[in-house]
Structure formats: structure tokens, C-alpha cells
Design a protein around this ligand. Sequence first.
Ligand code: ADP
Ligand code: ASP
Ligand code: MG
Length: 412
Amino acid sequence: MPTLVMKFGGTSVANLDRIARASKRVAVEVAKGYDVIVIVSAMSGKTNELVGWVNETSPLYDAREYDAIVSSGENVTAGLMALRLQEMDIPARSWQGWQVPLVTNSAHSSARIEEIPTDNINAKFGEGMKVAVVAGFQGISPEGRITTLGRGGSDTTAVAFAAAFDAERCDIYTDVDGVYTTDPRITDKARKLDKIAFEEMLELASLGAKVLQTRSVELAMRYKVRLRVLSSFEEPSDDAGTLVCDEEEIMEQNAVAGVAYSRDEAKMTLISVADRPGIAAAIFGPLAEAGVNVDMIVQNISEEGRTDMTFSCPTDQVARAEKAMADAMASGEINYHELVTDNGVAKVSVVGIGMRSHAGVAAKMFASLQAEGINIKVITTSEIKISVLIDRKYMELAVQALHDAFELEKAA
Ligand code: ADP
Ligand code: ASP
Ligand code: MG
């Protein structure tokens, strides 16, 4: 039997009615003759609630317990969907990560998948099971503890299963009908894309477009998974949604494919550190060890052997970063005058493969932000993206201005 992977995100399983609706969609594929692997998220809002409880109980929590707690939302939806399918006379069974087992490394709260043995699930398909409903987002470490794959990780579970089971396609059902030129919640001018190249999707995802988790796009690219994003609320058709595919499959290309944003960024500046060889390692080593995901980095011009070092990280990692820097100061590894944190910034980025061959994208971006009176605090670039850090209060305005400036409402 050909295998299909169908993933339903939080809003698509938000209550019993939605689970019933998603189950009907699964039934359609079962009727076509597929063995279906369904990956489910927790009901929308559930994971946030669980994370909130963790933070309230222990701000610098033990990540092993965080995973034990926040993985639980998916267990509920997996069981409920299996029950709903059984009510429809479809042989279905739920699977928690450890039962598969989906084996990850031990990097709790952002674990990487190491192995998905197919034997257990295939044996059940052999015995007549038609649908395996797998709890997304979770796995088991070599030490036998529950792990999670980072927020949005069910997408990655889905693509990894599609690769492991050599599925015909991996369909990601969500609350939008595809990948847009920017988050359709920010501007109604956002345009749905029929196709997007893996590399562009990878950049958009890593720069904040949460429609797909970054790691899921990486895996799809590496294992050549046919990855489709589509709405769980609309009637499906064969060409519904957005196909994430190779660059070669896309004919026309704008210089910029899309605009992404990341709201919860913090900018931290170490004032007056010694400008000496090894200072960057002495700062960013402890930050890495503390699990802080440093993004942008800027070092100022030095004056009298001292300099300022600025970096950005997600706001929920500020406490860890502050502690890591205070500890490094106490142990004499670094010496700084002050650590200044700005919790009110956001990152806005433009992404496009076309930038490789189009000059002037950066200039146009900066001019359009200037026209709105938006000050740029930090800039970073790569071959196919430009990112700026700005005051959070201007984030929506910046996304809209850039969408207009690059005329993304028009197809190429
Ligand atoms: P799910 O719960 O199904 O995993 P998510 O909330 O994780 O859904 O992702 C879907 C959301 O991603 C959309 O509701 C939309 O607001 C947001 N989003 C951000 N950028 C984009 C984009 N470029 N295209 C489509 N959706 C986007
Ligand atoms: N429930 C998890 C989260 O909210 C995983 C997912 O939905 O993909 O991050
Ligand atoms: Mg998601």
C-alpha cells in the first residue's frame, strides 16, 4: 500500500468537532487505498498553557521536566483522533513518540530526530491497521526520557515520518490555505504562492514564518519529500495549497519571494568589554552552553582597548543570557561595565533566491523603512535574505511597507 502522511496543526484539532472534521479528511485518503500516518499537534493554546505552567513553577526549569510536561498535549489529540476514526469503522491506533519509537538526541526542548524505525508501525499495518495516529513534537532520548523537538515541531515529525516510510506525500493541514508572501494576518495584500522553493521556505521559516518549522523544511529538502501546505477548513483538491519544491520546478521568480518577521526578539549589549583576541569566544561560548540561541551579532569600533558587543536572542532566553554573562563575569572569564537589554525589538526580513541576481534589494528595503520613519538598529544579510532589527511597535508597519515596496501582491 502506498503511504501518505497527513499532519494536523493545533487549530485543526482545537476541539472535538475539528477532530471529527480532520478524521473525515483522513477517511477520504483511506478510501483511496492509502495506509495513512496522521501526525497531530496539541489542541491550539494547549502547549502555550503547559509552557506557562512550567515557567510559573520554575523560571530556569530543568528541560527534561519541561519536555515531560509540554509533550502531553499531543497525547490527548492522538488518542481522541484514533477513537474518532474507530467510531467511523476505520482501524486506527494512537502512537506516542516512545512507542514508535521516535528516537532523538538528548537536547531537551529542541531535540533532533536520530531514527524512526518503521517495523512496529508497519507490523500493525500488516495486521490491518489503516491509520497510525502519531503524537507529533515528541520523542525519546537514548537515556529513555521524553524529548520535544522545539515549538512547531509536529511539522518536523510529519516530514521525518514521510521520509522514513517513503510516503507519497506529506500534507501539512493548517489554518491558512498555503504559504503566502507574508503572514496573511499582517496584511490582506499577502498573496498565496502555488509553489515555493525549499531554500526560500527554509529562510522564511527560520526568520519567523511559523507556517512550517525550519527543521521540517531542512528534512524535506534533504530527503526529497513532496511537501504540501493546505487548509484543513476548505475542501481539498489536487492542486490545493502550496507545494514546497526544488527551485527548478518554479518558472517565474520575483527578486523577493516573501517577508518574514519575528516578534519576540531581544537586543542585548555588553558595554565596555576588553577588545582582545578570544573575547567573542569568551562571551558566546557561555551563551551557547546556557542554551541561548544567539542570532545577530555586532561589535562596535574599539576605543582605548574596550568595545561594546551587541547580540540578539529570543526574549524568553534573556534570563538565561543574563545569568550566563553574570556567571562569566564572576568567574573572571569576561569583564564588562554593564549589560543593557532591550526587550522591545522585532526582526523583519526579506527573502528571495532572486536576490542572487538582482542588485539593489537592500537599498530598496532601507529606503522603504526610512520613508516610514523606522529606525534600523542592526542589519544582517546572506545571499538570499536581508534582516533588520527594529522597534517592535513598528513591526507590522515595516512588513506592510516592504510588501508594498517589493510589489509582492503581484505574481512574477
Ligand atoms: P499549526 O497550528 O497548523 O501548526 P501555525 O500557527 O504553526 O499552524 O502556522 C500557521 C500560521 O502561520 C498562520 O496562521 C499564519 O498566521 C502564520 N504565517 C506566518 N507567515 C506565514 C506565511 N508566509 N504564509 C502563511 N502563513 C504564515
Ligand atoms: N504543540 C507544539 C507547539 O505548539 C508542536 C506543534 O504544534 O507543532 O509548538
Ligand atoms: Mg505550527
